[in-house]
Design a protein around this ligand. Sequence first.
Ligand code: SF4
Length: 696
Amino acid sequence: MTDTHCPYCALQCAMTLTATTATTPATADRPMLPVTVAGRDFPTNRGGLCKKGWTSAELLADTGRLTTPLVRGDDGELHPAEWDAALDLIAAHVRTIAAEDGPDAIGVFGGGGLTNEKAYQLGKFARIALRTSRIDYNGRFCMSSAAAAANRSFGIDRGLPFPLTDLDTAETVLLLGSNVGDTMPPFVSHLQGARARGGLIVVDPRRSSTARLCADGAGIHVQPVPGSDLALLLALTHVVIAEELYDDGYVRQRTSGIEALRQSVSAWWPERAETVTGVPARSIRELARTLARSDSTYILTGRGVEQHVDGTDTATAAINLALLLGLPGTPGCGYGTLTGQGNGQGGREHGQKADQLPGYQSITDPAARASVAAVWGVDPDDLPGPGVPAVELLQSAGLPGGVRALLVHGSNVFVSAPNVQTVREALGRLELLVVSDFLLSETARAADIVLPVLQWAEEEGTMTNLEGRVLRRRRAVDAPAGTRSELWIMAELARRLDAPGVWSLEPSEVFDELARASAGGRADYSGLSHALLDLGIEAHWPFPLGSLGTPRLFADRFAHADGRATLVAVRARTPEPATGDGLTLITGRLLEQYQSGAQTRRIPELTEKRPSLVAQLHPATARRHGIAEGDGIRLSNVRGEVRARAELTHDIRPDTVFLPFHYADAESANLLTSDRVDPHSAMPEFKRALVQVSAV
Ligand code: SF4
């Protein structure tokens, strides 16, 4: 039996995998699974798993598993190849391109599902083996706005700065733009306390499964115009200030910037916000009073409010409100953001991001460059500077000044990137696209070279969950012959490229190096090791040498030099309305699918309910367009079009249409989403696009 954690989302539910025996029955149409899955008692999931977790062992028996490198031949097809031949080819291409155009003509794209060890090694590989600044990762599409907001307000970014179990006794939880009922169902048990007190407040343009938890007196569902969350938050802040509902002592002692904030929200009276958000002024006032009256309040944000061109400012406005109410660092209260990808937290801490070194340290900070370079055994002056964020990195591929070769690890950008057709075309211009994956994802299908790697239950490592808790991922089964770990791939390429530094294949050794490189950074892991984690300690970072970790941040001070949090004045824009017969497209997730669906779309139990793309429409809207339940429909805008089946529901506003973003090829919702980005975080506008809808 092996204790480990789910391969999917940031809740990282604990599970025990038990090797199956010859007497374990196989299902009728599929091979016997190598392990059975059981939920394990753990603070975040309390033994519970969602459908995705329960069926995760099926990934280990997938008949499409890659077991040999693939190289595209002159006939345009991918053909099996020897490892040495594939790696020699990559190294030769990289050397030629770097010699002709410099190292920045080589790009690396990482993922928020990689273990901490692989994320760390990838950042190091890019900077000292490839010597390129061009590295970024898919977390740019996920947590970048929340991270940018937390960093400027608190001086540090840890999704939940408190253990999840703190929520259990909350009186009031304000959940903005998060559908935990579908994305991480075991999370819902932590909302029961607030629901029992009638204190769950869900802000979502759609009546999601989470919004439905507010029924029967358990709370309030607020259904604003998509993209108007910032105006709503500014109006709540206006009421809190105008009615002097804020915690004056906390604001004076623990924050700076109140006067600028007061000015910035002075004109956001609820009646004005009503015209933008559609939420009645009376409800906005009542909501502000409810939040202020509660003795135990938590404000939590998710991608629904963050994946916008003003996502950083929206998350900042939520933090401002929390600070005014005196929540961060106060026992029984708090602010947090709910990380999505399995290692979405660790993935942004160890150097995959274009502007960061391990330990969440800035790549432009001379002291950080010197200390990390010393761990890597290189001269700090040889480290590249900041690169470019994901959308720019991907879309400029193959263009002058853009990358000519791209190495992709743990990411399926052919589905997950915004305005995805531009990214598909850009990657088609590359001279070399290398994808490391364990299945032939849509991006891998387009690669010149595919490298078959290990998956979750075949490898050792660590993940950092949404609470900043570092967890052990453990090997339960042997990997198929022919596969290799990314650590081995990076070591082999580094050797071929005559890179400096040590390239261990052993995850515990890579973790030790990561811990040393993170020392002194905001995400300091220097007191941690695999051996210590194997003792079962609660390991919330920062965990510097000699410490016992930090389950709760901000009790005494924030991470800015003066110890105060910053109230940052932000401005709202009015979302551009849909015109004529147009609708506002919102995108989101389904209970049965995870991210780009590359893994979960292959599992029959998860796809039988919705095997293809389904669009949710309000019945009145459908009537106006001559659409009936189950009809084929076309959604289009200047960027592209998708076909879907219509599902009519009163859960959605008449002016919006909802698409899940897990489907591929011609069913990708991201064919319609915008690649405009937030100026602070470079987060694309995933959550709102204007579309035309018609019956097919
Ligand atoms: Fe896995 Fe997330 Fe489901 Fe838990 S909630 S079982 S971590 S997908």
